[in-house]
Each structure stands twice: as structure tokens, then as C-alpha cells.
Ligand binder design. Structure first.
Ligand code: PRX
Length: 648
């Protein structure tokens, strides 16, 4: 911990404008009130919010029960998440989804239309024999049918697990098998950067690798593209969907019944299936959409995240739809066919709230401010960022060039595990500073502690970010792996805190600055990847003997991957750029494009301790162009450092 001393200082700060403050859902006074209510009595605080914002079939009696690491929320309550997202918003002629495809086709779907689609698709799933608690994999891009599939599962109490459509067949197979899914729902193909990606082929390949639990594959014909059709397993979406409207009674779900599993990377090679419950998850999604995004009836909210990530779950689907808002979704690349695609979409549709990742902002910033200048972005009133720390330069660019200096920026810190925003500004109340996600939201009790679990009182001294009290949308565990859940998130401090795995510091004004991960997880373009996962993909290549993966700072991606590789003796001749290319493709095939190493260095061996452990710390120094720091006395093969320095 001693080493985590921050050198970042930022003195620019921005108060909410008077006009924003006046109309904000949460003013300074309301924020103060919420924080004091929570302090007085957390159960009353959460209980009242849950009663107010969720439509219950049967109301709960207890608010929070259990003890760390297993908490239960609103235990006796009964509800259905899909009816909270649909049934209560119909007959109002309200738009739910505006979908723009990469080809620039626009589809508008009202809540009434989405209600019919979801009911009809629920009926189809029911006819296939799916019942409450079954698992379904959704392998689709961010299109209305993916949202329909999610809500149809929720209507039946079927647990969905979305696999990002950029993941490879191996990754897909691992996830299918981990949760024993019965059905996979996919598209025949989709377009990305103008190229056709044949998603159904990836599913076929995954199934050919061995997915015994899969009974059926449902294919939505997303674009005009032929696909192989296997009569035993495959079903066309349009064939099984009822032609007339059929109402499916929503399954009565207990608050703690699982809503979804979402796989994310950890510090071992195997992804973790993070599980979320129904009521608690829904509550924090609703609250943060109203509090942090200030969502109102006439807003058009565009969160650019793919539904394959938690941000897509909470801020494309469940949060905005449960609040009856209108969302915009775009399933193409940010710079296709032109670099100003995002700005064009904002102007054409009059988007009011825009939420994206720092990587996207940095990419678009690099392309030049003349691009957003061509468009009238005046409809925007609030901007957000998520997924990784945003550097002040990108923050200021975003604020001036996209927000016209009038939009507050909410830098939201949270995780797949937390389900919803945890630390973020309240736009009508919080003074923001570029680079900090500011303060915990009402009801979220965070601390920064040293390795012994003591609060760090010294300002600007880094430590481990922990959450001290349970909150409704917290993960309920890891699918099928209770031990790993306890060990990863709770054991270090004897169940006293939830351990986020991030390091952070508090500045002199009480703002929280996220400093990075404390484990072997890297954050590439806002996507979490386990270095072990990438290492095991690399070493599964027949030429490779060993590999160690570390990250280094990257101008656009935030962090990028540097793989150090040694080859088996008889393959050393392959130690060249051609083979590096092949190895990158190999990683793409094993995991997906996002995991491809930016740099690969080949060497005779890797720096190891006498007991044979790879000293990743030294490789990190090398990859980052730093001097070798810390003790090297345990290093067995000193010469290797000189060799590695030479080749970098
Ligand atoms: O390291 C933090 C970083 O992303 C991690 C969570 O990744 P994931 O579960 O994939 O969820 C991403 C979207 C919520 C965190 O542990 N992170 C997320 N938001 C921020 C951030 N780092 C700095 N600032 C943020 N606003």
C-alpha cells in the first residue's frame, strides 16, 4: 500500500448550472435529506424507496436480512421485473426504443408494441418447455429483439445470460456449459464496420465443441444473409413467434429469485458467472437512472454500451425501461461509415442524455473537434462516462465539444458485481472535477482501507476500495461457485467488507479517485479481462511454452495488453512478426477480438523466482518503459532482464 501514492492533481471544478439545478430530480436539499435518512435508518431508507419505485404483486416484510457474505433483500416480496418494465407503461402511447442500425435504418417501438413482442416471444419460449429457473443464452447484438428476449425470459422467470456477440465460440461454449443453458438465442448475422459477422456460425461451432445441455437454437433473421439451418436443433424466430397477440401472465417471482447471470473476468483463467436477483437489482437500476441520469419523461437516453455488458443491462434495458423512459440503441460501430456517426445520430434524433466509455471519447477526440462542430448537439443536457478512469483531457474535451460547456458530466464508478452506479455525481447537486467519480450515492457506504482493513485517513494515500454495508443490487454470488465468491469478495477482511478489487484515494475535498485494479484484471477499452485468461489462451497454442501477460498505459484504450512469450524449443524459428500476427488471431479465436495483445515479445525465458514463479511485476516495469523497481534478489535468471530490455 505504501507504494500507492498519487501524483495526479486537478484543480478545475464545475458546479451544476442554476438552470440544471432548478429542474433536477435531485437537488442539494433532496440529496442531503436522502443521505440523512440513510444514516438514521438504512432499512427504512431502502424499504420506502422499494415500495415507491417497484410495482409489487405482494409487498415485502423485511428489508435486508442475512449476514455477510450472503444478504437477502425484500425477502417475502413478489414481483415480476418484465411487468415493471412494460405492463405499467402501456396505453400511454410512449416510445420505448428507437433503434438505428449500422445501415441507418430507423425503427421506433412503443411500449405497447414491445409489450406485444415480449408476450408473444414469452409464449414461444414457454411452448418450448422453458420454466422458471432454466437458463437461456442470448448471443445477439444490441437490437430490439435482444431486449425482447431478455424481457421474455424475465417474464417467465427464466434466467438469461447474455454473451457479448464479439466473444469467440470457445468463450461461448464455456459459458453455455458453466450454466447448463437449455436454449441459445442468436441472429443469423450482423454488421459491424460494414463487415458481415456470422454469429450463427459461431454458435454452431460452439455447439460442435460440446454443449450437451443445449436443446434448441433460436435464430432471428437480422439481415438478409443465408445461414446453415440444422433441422434438429434450429428454429427461426419468425416461425415460432405467434402471429396474433397472446398475453402471457408474468411469473410470480420472489425478490431473491435470480434475474440473470453475467460472466465477467476475474484473476483466474475461468470467467465468473455473476448472479443478480430480481427486486434488489431492479431497485438500484431505477434509482440511479433517476438520480444520476436525472431521467425524465421527455428524455431520450442513449447509452452506447452493448447489451453484452452490465452497462447494457442496467442503463439500456432494465433501468430506463423500468422508469418508462425512451432509449436509443445503435448496433453499429462508432466510426462507421464515417467518423462523425455518433454526433450525426445525436443531432438527428435529439438525444438528451448520452452515456459512453472514456475509450470512445478518446477515439473520437483524436479524430478532431471539427467533426462534432458540424452538428447541432444542443439537445444534449447530460453526459456520462463509465468503465475506466477518464483522463482530465478527455473529460474537458467531452464537456466543451459535445456538451457545449453546459452539460454536467457524470463519471460513474461501478462494476458487474454492484449491478448499478455506486460512486457518481448527482448532476444537479455535486460539484464535479475532471477525473473523479466524486462521492458515493445515498445508501452506499464505501471506504478506502489498507491491507489490514484499517481506514486510511491520510488524504491522497491510495488503498483498497471496499463497500461496508450491503446494498440491494449487490451480486448474490458466482454461479455454481460459492467458494470463489467468498474468497474473491469477502475473505481478505473476514467478511467485514465487500472487496471491489479496485484501488482508490480520497482527495482533500472528499472526492474519490479510482486508481486501478489491485488484482490481475486489466481494463482494455473499458472491458475487463483477466490476464490469466489471455495467458491460458496463448499457451494453448502448440508452439508456445510459456506466457505472461501484463498491461501498459495506452493513449486510446486506457490499458493495452503486452504478452511476453517463450516458444517450445523446436519452434524457436517462429519467433517473428508473422507468428505474432498468428498468435493474435489465435487469441481472438479463443476469447474474442478485445483480448488480442497489442504487443507480443518473444524471449528465451521469462523472469522467474527460484521457486519458478513468473515475476510479472518486472515485466510490468518493462512493458511500461519504467525502471525495474523493487527487489530482484529472488530472480533466478538475471540475464533475461537484459535480453528483454534489448528487444523492447
Ligand atoms: O476498475 C473499475 C472499472 O471497471 C471495473 C468494473 O468493470 P466491469 O465489471 O466490466 O463493469 C464496467 C462497467 C460498470 C471496476 O472495478 N471502472 C468502472 N467504472 C469506472 C472504473 N474505473 C474508473 N472510473 C470509473 N468510472
Amino acid at each position: 500500500m505504501k507504494n500507492i501514492e498519487s501524483k495526479l492533481t486537478e484543480s478545475r471544478s464545475y458546479k451544476p448550472s442554476e438552470s440544471f439545478e432548478k429542474k433536477a430530480n435531485i437537488t442539494k436539499e433532496i440529496l442531503f435529506e436522502l443521505n440523512s435518512q440513510y444514516k438514521k435508518n438504512p432499512d427504512i431508507f431502502w424499504g420506502e424507496l422499494a415500495k415507491k419505485h417497484i410495482d409489487w404483486i405482494e409487498e415485502f416484510k423485511t428489508v435486508c436480512s442475512g449476514s455477510a457474505p450472503f444478504f437477502r433483500w425484500f425477502e417475502e416480496g413478489k414481483l415480476n421485473v418484465s411487468s415493471n418494465c412494460l405492463d405499467r407503461h402501456i396505453n400511454k402511447n410512449k416510445k420505448a426504443i428507437i433503434h438505428i442500425s449500422e445501415d441507418n435504418n430507423k425503427t421506433v417501438i412503443t411500449y405497447d408494441e414491445l409489450y406485444v413482442l415480449v408476450n408473444n416471444f414469452s409464449h414461444s419460449l414457454k411452448e418450448l418447455g422453458l420454466v422458471k429457473g432454466d437458463r437461456v443464452i442470448i448471443y445477439m447484438p444490441t437490437i430490439p429483439e435482444a431486449i425482447t428476449a431478455m424481457l421474455a425470459c424475465a417474464r417467465l422467470g427464466v434466467i438469461h445470460s447474455i454473451v457479448f456477440a464479439g466473444f469467440s465460440s470457445e468463450s461461448l461454449k464455456d459459458r453455455i456449459n458453466d450454466c447448463n443453458a437449455k436454449i441459445v438465442i442468436t441472429v443469423n448475422a450482423f454488421k459491424r464496420n460494414g463487415k458481415i459477422i456470422e454469429a450463427k456460425n459461431t454458435v454452431d461451432h460452439a455447439l460442435s465443441l460440446g454443449c450437451p445441455s443445449i436443446e434448441k437454437c433460436i435464430i432471428y433473421k437480422n439481415i438478409n444473409e443465408n445461414t446453415k439451418f440444422n433441422k434438429d436443433k434450429d428454429l427461426w424466430w419468425h416461425d415460432i413467434l405467434a402471429k396474433e397477440s397472446i398475453v402471457v401472465e408474468p411469473e410470480i417471482m420472489s425478490s431473491e429469485d435470480l434475474l440473470f447471470i453475467l460472466y465477467t473476468s476475474g484473476s483466474t483463467g475461468k470467467p465468473k458467472g455473476i448472479v443478480h436477483s430480481s427486486a434488489g437489482y431492479l431497485l438500484n437500476c431505477i434509482l440511479t437512472n433517476k438520480w444520476v441520469f436525472d431521467l425524465k419523461d421527455d428524455d431520450l437516453f442513449w447509452c452506447t454500451a452493448d447489451i453484452g455488458w452490465i452497462t447494457g443491462h442496467s442503463y439500456v434495458v432494465y433501468g430506463p425501461l423500468a422508469t418508462g423512459s425512451t432509449i436509443l440503441i445503435y448496433d453499429g460501430a462508432p466510426t462507421y461509415p464515417k467518423a462523425d456517426r455518433f454526433w450525426e445520430i445525436i443531432e438527428a434524433n435529439k438525444v438528451t442524455i448520452f452515456y459512453t466509455a472514456p475509450t470512445a471519447i478518446r477515439t473520437l477526440m483524436k479524430l478532431g473537434e471539427h467533426l462534432p462542430k458540424k452538428y447541432n448537439l444542443n439537445s444534449l443536457r447530460l453526459l456520462g462516462t463509465v468503465g475506466e478512469p477518464i483522463n482530465p483531457k478527455a473529460w474537458i474535451w467531452y464537456q466543451s465539444n459535445i456538451g457545449g460547456k453546459k452539460c454536467p458530466i457524470v463519471d460513474t464508478w461501478w462494476q458487474t458485481e454492484t449491478g448499478a452506479n455506486m460512486i457518481a455525481p448527482i448532476p444537479g447537486a455535486t460539484q464535479t472535477i475532471p477525473g473523479t467519480c466524486t462521492h458515493p450515492l445515498p445508501g452506499i457506504d464505501v471506504d478506502i482501507v489498507d491491507d489490514d482493513g484499517n481506514s486510511i485517513n491520510k488524504r491522497n494515500q491510495g488503498g483498497n476500495l471496499v463497500i461496508r454495508k450491503p446494498w440491494p443490487s449487490m451480486l448474490r454470488g458466482i454461479w455454481n461457485d460459492e467458494e470463489r465468491y467468498k474468497q474473491t469478495y469477502w475473505e481478505k477482511y473476514n467478511n467485514k467488507y465487500y472487496i471491489t478489487g479496485d484501488t482508490a484515494r480520497l482527495d482533500n475535498n472528499g472526492n474519490i479517485w479510482i486508481m486501478g485494479r489491485s488484482d490481475d484484471v486489466v481494463n482494455v477499452s473499458g472491458h475487463r479481462l483477466g490476464t490469466m485468461e489471455i495467458e491460458s489462451a496463448i499457451v494453448s497454442h502448440e508452439y508456445v511454452a510459456e506466457s505472461a501477460v501484463v498491461s501498459y498505459q495506452h493513449e486510446i484504450k486506457g490499458e493495452a495488453i503486452h504478452a511476453f512469450v517463450t516458444l517450445k524449443n523446436n519452434f524457436t524459428e517462429y519467433n517473428n512478426t508473422e507468428f505474432a500476427k498468428e498468435l493474435r488471431e489465435w487469441v481472438k479465436e479463443k476469447i474474442g477480438s478485445i483480448a488480442k495483445p497489442e504487443r507480443i515479445s518473444f524471449s528465451d525465458s521469462l523472469p522467474k523466482t527460484r521457486s519458478g514463479k513468473i515475476m510479472r511485476r518486472l515485466l510490468r516495469n518493462l512493458a511500461r518503459g519504467e525502471d525495474i523497481s523493487g527487489d530482484t534478489s529472488t530472480l533466478e535468471n538475471e540475464n533475461i532482464l537484459a535480453q528483454l530490455k534489448n528487444i523492447l
